[in-house]
Design a protein. Structure first.
Length: 682
């Protein structure tokens, strides 16, 4: 009965024709309205995009069908209509868009996971005016203020960045820093919001909240990086700018070619559809060309891969600040390492102290510690700690009174200092009891007008040849002693240097230390190229010297005194940032204090751009193969004809395929050093 109703004639029309026209008009101008709006906007801005192609293809099919319907009603000569082609085109394109959005949504999973790390509530310790705790209250985490004291129970998330004021526990920081091993937290230890307290209860004092918190900064950095463009995207932008006009021209050539060839009798009439003509036959090929072409696949090749890669990096404790940095890192030829705090642990310890004049060792150390107490240099802190320990625990006169003296304030045992000056890369000088004291390297001592005796020189050389640093001390214009300081190498340093060599990357070490110490350290880690006695400002010049021949150079430092070098490098990597991730000079922030992440950073970049190149090959290859098929190149020999609706489905699936290809990067696993070094572990 329904079929009979559709065949019922209303004037010259069949009811089925009316129904098709009405329903397809809804699809064309209501559902497909977005394509017309987007196409009009693009044309107004002097550009073209996929929306222009969809609007052209569906409009050609729709308006030809309307023309054929009206022409048949007037003349009685009925030609086939292609309303279903228009409707199916829009349906398949929108389905592809939907699948594409679903897939692209997964590229932001890393950000979603980071956002979910932040706890919703916190346990606030309520204090009276005297600072005594009088109770606990659960509050919204958004209400936490700097200075608030918070209680973190075992198994709970740390609600804010802060410092431990009471308690001891292990904290899982893997979700923020990528560090898989739980970290011990005691009094004065820093904690990061969003990490998980594993065992004991902790009381922490909030220091950073809201946008200043580490987690918020990571989320902001990843979001910014995901929105940034890699330089390789310029290629896709250029192709896209000429793509649509080229496709439209090819569609017109296809239309004219098939129509003229048919009119001239170049192919038999049996190829034509039932009740069809040469124009309709040619038009179907032309529409297929328009709708099968897909600039979207090209446009999605880079940004989707960059979005996934930055998220993967964040999950592994490697924060990437943009697509341009990601692209440069894949081409790194040199990695320049700062020595102190990068190749070494940055935990200097005094190994020996020798006095070369008739002064008591305790008095000597007290003088040196007094001079170094105002310095922020790691070596200075090591000297002060060594002298403090000697004064309170090792000195014979202090052993009986060690327990009481250990509580003595610094000002109680150090001399008063005046006119203190810190000289970067050389040392310090000041006045104690009206006499000048100079603590530093050879250069500072000789610049101060004092000679270095043979005994002192031999002792310093002995220290330097064993990878230790000799710090010379002069008091009242005479050289009085030397302190030997060692900074142990990181356990993974030598393996990482070898691993970079296997990856085709050359390594360099730059340091302000003397040549003997520098060579001894470099020999231990396997670095051949050493630049020693380089001032902090000179490290940037070392970077530029390697860039002169066009080489891509990475600088790895802790961000303390090597910011100029990090900024000068093609790729700056700040290592061991921990809670201080806002290092402006760096392109990469390596959250863990582990050199293995340098290899991870380079490997992520290489894997990402291998995927981008694969995406481009697929996108270009798809268009190169699909457009000739749609144009009917193989129809005469193989009888292959792609209907417009099928062409639209292919176009939609091509975009989805590129996004899915990028999503495979989510399966990224950090390279194992044993694999890089081709070591077989039994």
């Amino acid at each position: 009965m329904v079929y009979s109703l559709l065949l019922w004639r209303c004037g010259p029309f069949q009811m089925g024709d009316w129904l098709k026209w009405a329903l397809v008009s809804l699809v064309q101008f209501v559902v497909g309205k977005r394509f017309y709006i987007a196409a009009a906007r693009a044309l107004r801005n002097g550009s073209t995009n996929m929306d222009v192609l969809v609007a052209l293809g569906t409009s050609a099919s729709y308006f030809y069908s309307v023309y054929a319907l009206l022409y048949g009603a007037v003349t009685g000569f009925w030609s086939p209509t292609y309303f279903e082609t228009s409707a199916m085109l829009i349906t398949f394109v929108l389905l592809g868009k939907y699948l594409e959005c679903l897939a692209k949504g997964k590229t932001s999973d890393a950000i979603k996971k980071l956002v979910e790390l932040a706890p919703a509530t916190a346990m606030l310790l309520v204090k009276d005016k005297g600072g005594k705790c009088i109770g606990e209250r659960e509050i919204d985490a958004l209400l936490i203020q700097p200075g608030d004291t918070l209680k973190v129970l075992p198994g709970a998330k740390v609600p804010a960045d802060g410092v431990v004021v009471w308690g001891s526990s292990y904290v899982n920081e893997s979700m923020v820093t990528g560090e898989s091993i739980p970290v011990l937290k005691e009094a004065n230890s820093l904690v990061i919001g969003g990490t998980i307290n594993l065992h004991g209860a902790l009381n922490i004092q909030a220091t950073k909240v809201g946008g200043d918190a580490v987690l918020s900064q990571i989320i902001s950095l990843v979001e910014t990086a995901q929105m940034s463009k890699a330089p390789i995207q310029k290629f896709a932008d250029f192709v896209a700018s000429i793509f649509v006009p080229t496709v439209v021209a090819m569609a017109l050539l296809t239309l004219l070619g098939w129509y003229i060839a048919g009119a001239l009798g170049a192919y038999p009439e049996r190829w034509l559809p039932e009740n069809g003509n040469y124009f309709v036959f040619a038009l179907m090929f032309s529409i297929s060309v328009v709708v099968i072409a897909c600039p979207c696949a090209l446009g999605l090749a880079t940004p989707t891969a960059v979005m996934v890669a930055t998220g993967v990096g964040a999950n592994n404790g490697v924060l990437i600040k943009g697509g341009d940095a990601l692209e440069r890192a894949q081409k790194i030829e040199y990695v320049i390492f700062d020595k102190t705090g990068t190749l070494t642990q940055g935990k200097a310890t005094v190994t020996t102290a020798r006095v070369f004049v008739g002064m008591d060792l305790g008095e000597f150390l007290r003088l040196v510690a007094s001079a170094e107490a105002s310095s922020e240099h790691p070596l200075a802190k090591a000297i002060v700690e060594y002298a403090r320990h000697f004064h309170f625990f090792d000195e014979p006169s202090a052993i009986k009174d060690a327990e009481n003296n250990s509580k003595e304030s610094i000002s109680g045992w150090l001399f008063d200092v005046s006119e203190f000056y810190a000289l970067p890369g050389r040392g310090v000088h000041c006045f104690i009891n009206g006499k000048r004291i100079v603590v530093g390297n050879r250069k500072l001592i000789t610049e101060s007008g004092m000679a270095i005796t043979t005994d002192v020189e031999n002792f310093v050389v002995e220290l330097e040849e064993s990878a230790r640093t000799g710090i010379l001390v002069a008091y009242d214009n005479s050289l009085i002693g030397v302190i030997g300081v060692a900074d142990p190498l990181k356990r993974e340093a030598a393996v990482v240097v070898e691993g970079l060599g296997k990856m085709g990357v050359r390594t360099v070490m730059v340091t302000g230390d003397n040549w003997r110490t520098a060579r001894a350290v470099a020999k231990e880690v396997g670095i051949q190229d050493v630049r020693a006695e380089v001032m902090p400002a000179g490290k940037a010049d070392v970077v530029r010297s390697f860039q002169k021949d066009g080489s891509i150079v990475a600088m790895v430092g802790d961000g303390i005194n090597d910011s100029p070098a990090l900024a000068a490098a093609d790729v700056g990597m700040a290592i061991g940032a921990g809670t201080d991730i806002a290092i402006e000079a760096a392109d990469y922030v390596l959250m863990r204090n582990n050199l293995e992440d340098v290899i991870t950073a380079i490997d992520i970049s290489r894997k990402t751009f291998a995927r981008i190149r694969l995406n481009y090959m697929f996108a270009m290859g798809y268009n190169v193969v699909a457009i000739p098929i749609a144009a009917g190149v193989f129809f005469p020999s193989l009888g292959i004809m792609l209907p417009p609706w099928a062409a639209g489905a292919c176009m939609a699936l091509s975009s989805v395929s590129v996004v899915c290809s990028s999503l495979l990067l989510r399966r990224y696993k950090k390279p194992r050093l044993t694999t890089i070094l081709e070591i077989t572990v039994e």
